[in-house]
Design a protein around this ligand. Sequence first.
Ligand code: ATP
Length: 247
Amino acid sequence: MIALETQGLKRRFGAFVVTNDVSLRVERGARHALIGPNGAGKTTLINLLTGVLKPSAGCILLEGEDITALPAHRRVKKGITRTFQINQLFGEYTPLETLALAIGERDGIGGNLVRDLGSFDDVVDEAAELLSRFGLGSVMGQRTATLAYGKQRLLEIALAFASKPRVLLLDEPAAGVPEDERHEVLKIVSDLPGDVTVLLIEHDMDLVFSFATCITVLVAGAIFAEGPATEVANDARVKAVYLGESA
Ligand SMILES: Nc1ncnc2c1ncn2[C@@H]1O[C@H](COP(=O)(O)OP(=O)(O)OP(=O)(O)O)[C@@H](O)[C@H]1O
């Protein structure tokens, strides 16, 4: 089953075509990587998928439903959620408070959740369970600003995951994370439930190949190559264009 699909997706900025007739199919439950050189249009594509940008042409289907006209918040409700490239957490809150806020927001719970956390057992239980899944169980009571950067990135992903997405879009989740923490970040994402589809932008090829079952290579806004990770890794054209090796 196809979880997420684009058909003939185009985006222009003035005369400059940044997304060029992209028809992408992401299988349900896939660990799908989107790679390509700087400026290839990867983030723009994610922005189109989430509704941050409107396409100039083409459409986007989530499990067969056309979501092209929906605003960003309606897409989240439909089950497509992203994380961002830039760390956007509240440093003074603990991971538990941060997650509780996200769950409260999702469920429309009013009041001061952070101040009255003790009165919201269900929220706290769900937050704690999520934090354990993301390797944050032992640090859930520490100020977020004091956490290792890899843990902060995991908290961002846990926040996105709190909205119960069917499709999770990750824009360079390991960017800025020290080498020894990167694999943990991607391993935890890879181990998310099998019915959650993950589309990931990543520059670190080691991470891409350890994570992805399927890879799409974007070059100059268009799909240049696509297929199972092993095939794309061995594609001489991809090596030449993207990996900087001679074909
Ligand atoms: N709002 C905008 N107005 C004009 N041009 C834009 C805008 N947003 C992006 N672009 C251009 O579109 C192209 C693709 O940018 P995008 O950020 O999507 O690429 P990317 O593949 O994500 O790059 P990187 O790997 O460096 O993050 C770039 O040339 C960029 O300058």
